[in-house]
Design a protein around this ligand. Sequence first.
Ligand SMILES: [Zn+2]
Length: 80
Amino acid sequence: MIIAPWDDEQVRSLNEFQNSGAFHAYTCRAGGAEHAPLVATTLGWRCENCDYQQIWAHQWTTDWSWRDDPAGNWSWREDA
Ligand SMILES: [Zn+2]
Protein backbone atom coordinates (compact mmCIF):
# COMPACT_ATOMS: atom_id res chain seq x y z
CA MET A 1 0.00 0.00 0.00
CA ILE A 2 1.07 3.57 -0.69
CA ILE A 3 -0.23 6.11 1.79
CA ALA A 4 -0.90 9.75 0.82
CA PRO A 5 0.42 12.39 0.38
CA TRP A 6 1.20 11.49 -3.22
CA ASP A 7 3.29 13.49 -5.66
CA ASP A 8 1.92 14.91 -8.89
CA GLU A 9 3.11 11.98 -10.97
CA GLN A 10 1.42 9.48 -8.66
CA VAL A 11 -1.79 11.51 -8.82
CA ARG A 12 -1.62 11.47 -12.61
CA SER A 13 -1.15 7.70 -12.64
CA LEU A 14 -4.07 7.19 -10.26
CA ASN A 15 -6.48 9.39 -12.18
CA GLU A 16 -5.50 7.84 -15.51
CA PHE A 17 -6.09 4.46 -13.89
CA GLN A 18 -9.55 5.60 -12.79
CA ASN A 19 -10.38 6.70 -16.31
CA SER A 20 -8.82 3.80 -18.16
CA GLY A 21 -11.90 1.61 -18.03
CA ALA A 22 -9.65 -1.46 -18.10
CA PHE A 23 -9.70 -2.03 -14.33
CA HIS A 24 -12.11 -1.85 -11.44
CA ALA A 25 -11.82 1.76 -10.32
CA TYR A 26 -11.44 2.87 -6.73
CA THR A 27 -14.94 3.80 -5.63
CA CYS A 28 -16.70 5.45 -2.71
CA ARG A 29 -18.97 3.06 -0.84
CA ALA A 30 -20.66 5.58 1.43
CA GLY A 31 -24.22 4.50 2.05
CA GLY A 32 -23.47 0.84 1.41
CA ALA A 33 -23.54 0.90 -2.36
CA GLU A 34 -20.95 2.08 -4.82
CA HIS A 35 -21.36 5.81 -4.75
CA ALA A 36 -18.91 7.29 -7.21
CA PRO A 37 -15.43 6.77 -8.63
CA LEU A 38 -12.86 8.45 -6.40
CA VAL A 39 -10.68 11.31 -7.63
CA ALA A 40 -7.00 11.34 -6.65
CA THR A 41 -5.42 14.45 -5.14
CA THR A 42 -2.01 14.89 -3.55
CA LEU A 43 -3.70 14.45 -0.14
CA GLY A 44 -5.54 11.26 -1.07
CA TRP A 45 -8.75 10.11 -2.68
CA ARG A 46 -11.84 12.30 -2.59
CA CYS A 47 -15.44 11.49 -3.49
CA GLU A 48 -17.09 14.18 -5.58
CA ASN A 49 -20.50 13.36 -4.12
CA CYS A 50 -19.80 13.23 -0.38
CA ASP A 51 -17.02 13.87 2.13
CA TYR A 52 -15.52 10.38 1.94
CA GLN A 53 -11.71 10.29 1.90
CA GLN A 54 -9.24 7.47 1.46
CA ILE A 55 -5.49 7.77 1.94
CA TRP A 56 -4.16 4.50 0.54
CA ALA A 57 -3.69 3.08 -2.93
CA HIS A 58 -2.10 -0.06 -4.31
CA GLN A 59 1.46 0.67 -5.38
CA TRP A 60 0.92 -0.70 -8.90
CA THR A 61 -1.79 1.92 -9.49
CA THR A 62 0.50 4.81 -8.46
CA ASP A 63 3.51 4.07 -10.68
CA TRP A 64 1.94 3.44 -14.11
CA SER A 65 2.70 -0.29 -13.94
CA TRP A 66 -1.04 -0.92 -14.37
CA ARG A 67 -0.67 0.08 -18.01
CA ASP A 68 1.53 -2.92 -18.66
CA ASP A 69 -0.83 -5.49 -17.17
CA PRO A 70 -3.93 -7.08 -18.61
CA ALA A 71 -7.07 -6.32 -16.64
CA GLY A 72 -7.32 -9.81 -15.21
CA ASN A 73 -4.08 -9.56 -13.26
CA TRP A 74 -4.94 -6.79 -10.87
CA SER A 75 -6.57 -8.88 -8.14
CA TRP A 76 -3.51 -10.97 -7.31
CA ARG A 77 -1.57 -7.80 -6.72
CA GLU A 78 -4.05 -6.33 -4.27
CA ASP A 79 -1.60 -6.45 -1.37
CA ALA A 80 1.17 -4.68 -3.24
ZN1 LIG B 1 -19.22 9.29 -1.85
